[in-house]
Design a protein around this ligand. Sequence first.
Ligand SMILES: *Cc1c(COP(=O)(O)O)cnc(C)c1O
Length: 447
Amino acid sequence: MAKKHAAKSNGKNGNTKSRRKVPRGVAMESFLIHGSHFTDKWDFRHHIIPPISSSVTYRLDTTERGTRGFQEYASGKATRKNPVYIYDRLDEPTRGMLEDELAGVEGGDCCVAFATGMAAVSAALGVLLNAGDDLIAHKTLYGCTYNLITRWYPRLNIGSKLIDLNNTKLLQKTITPRTRVVYFETPVNPTMELIDIGAIRKVLDAVNARRKPEERIRIVVDSTFATPYCQRPLELGADLVVHSLTKNIGGFGTDMGGAVIAGAELEGQLLLYRKDFGGALAPKSAWPILVYGLPTLPLRLKRQIETAYQVARFLRSHPKVARVCYPGLEDHPQYELAKRQMRDLHGEFAPGNMIYFETVEHAPGHSENCIKVVDWIAKHAYALTLAVSLGQLRTLIENPGAMTHAAVPPEERIKGGIAPNGIRLSIGVEDPKDLIHDLEQGLAIAD
Ligand SMILES: *Cc1c(COP(=O)(O)O)cnc(C)c1O
């Protein structure tokens, strides 16, 4: 009697105490495995920051629950309103929370997240294309996307034509009965050219009106440079949006990730694709993107846009700079399109944090000044870092022709506007005057 009493006064719940004890006959090794499975320490509704979940597999209670989960999945109809969690690669709560937020901010019905941006690009195209289909892409693409389309897809008998997608007449002429996808980045990596999503929508609406639903051409937009803070392609007429979460959305350069945002009819297909091809975003990587990346996206981008504008204006006025391409500059050749297409969450002009510029050289096709300037910055600059990737707190600089886009054959690079003397800048959150100081010193050594 006295014993029972003591247990009660120790805590609000008499069970708490017994759970700290090893059940009779159970080995310590087993206790260390099963000890706290049913603990009342799990009270996620009162967490402010979601827990990092890290469970490969899930308790299923009954065979029936397991069967139901697998059947929903296999039917391609797994909606995630009331998920039966089975196995991380299928679906999982931390990644699921991130997916819900990404779908919400892009204005899409669903989002499926992948291990990297390239896994997301492969999945978006993978669910839309069959052997024998064709895709049309813009002539300038992220180097790995270019390789995916031109090196790997021929092996699957998926044809591709890379054209200037700002030429809508050419697009009309290039479409064949086998065309199923039009794919592009806007802004384009690295040239900062923009593609008019609405204009392409118009061309395809006319073509699609005469096609059976399963033969319609879809628009896939890689919106990595813009993020949903600066542009929402689904509102402008795209069917699917892909992102590298590694970049601006992740924002801190700590984790890789990718995402596809699409209409409800593709959710099941995308989930099945991820189940079978793999490449699921790890929950431990989803967590920092959910907890640090997305909440600070508007703050970071707002600051970076202000700085990018100042840096772009400085570069434009510099005698050693031949050309600057930043959609926020009034003399960007597509300034009107930029103002229509790149809007922040409140409708304000949001031209992003990426700048492309070219150094003055002695002759066309040369890059001596460009290399000199970038190498000087790599060695001596304080606020600029020579590195690939983009969208971090630090300002990053690189020479795309020699690095990120080196996989693209030289003649294709030139056609795509990636000059040997081109430099890509990803503006961070430093004070603009420190960035301008470093750039000024670097450019001073160009002849
Ligand atoms: C980086 C990047 C990708 C690929 O993303 P990863 O996360 O590196 O796989 C795709 N598209 C664009 C525009 C990118 O900048």
